[in-house]
Write a protein that binds this ligand. Structure first.
Ligand code: SF4
Ligand code: F3S
Length: 84
């Protein structure tokens, strides 16, 4: 699955939402501790790995799971936890 990382915080451009064919990118709901990050999250169970969102993000916040930079690896879990 693709993952949204730190650069999204407080930017929340939303272009990724517009291009996602399965509508699996959603904002914080206000119900989890992770919402303090003020970013959007990709549901790993619904993402079909189409890759459309990655180039759409103006701040390069989105990476395929295996390509997430070391310092942002925790966002893999942060995105997934948002949907538990
Ligand atoms: Fe949506 Fe495709 Fe991005 Fe997955 S890779 S979040 S399906 S646009
Ligand atoms: Fe965030 Fe980039 Fe999407 S800033 S909302 S991941 S287009």
């Amino acid at each position: 699955a693709y993952v949204i990382t730190q650069p999204c915080i407080d930017v929340k451009d939303g272009s990724c939402v517009d291009v996602c064919p399965v509508d699996c990118i959603h904002p914080a709901s206000g119900e989890t501790d992770y919402d303090q990050h003020q970013q959007l999250y990709i549901n790993p169970d619904e993402c079909i790995d189409c890759g459309a969102c990655e180039p759409a993000c103006p701040v390069t916040a989105i990476f395929e799971e295996s390509a997430v930079p070391t310092q942002w690896r925790k966002y893999i879990e942060i995105n997934a936890n948002h949907y538990k």
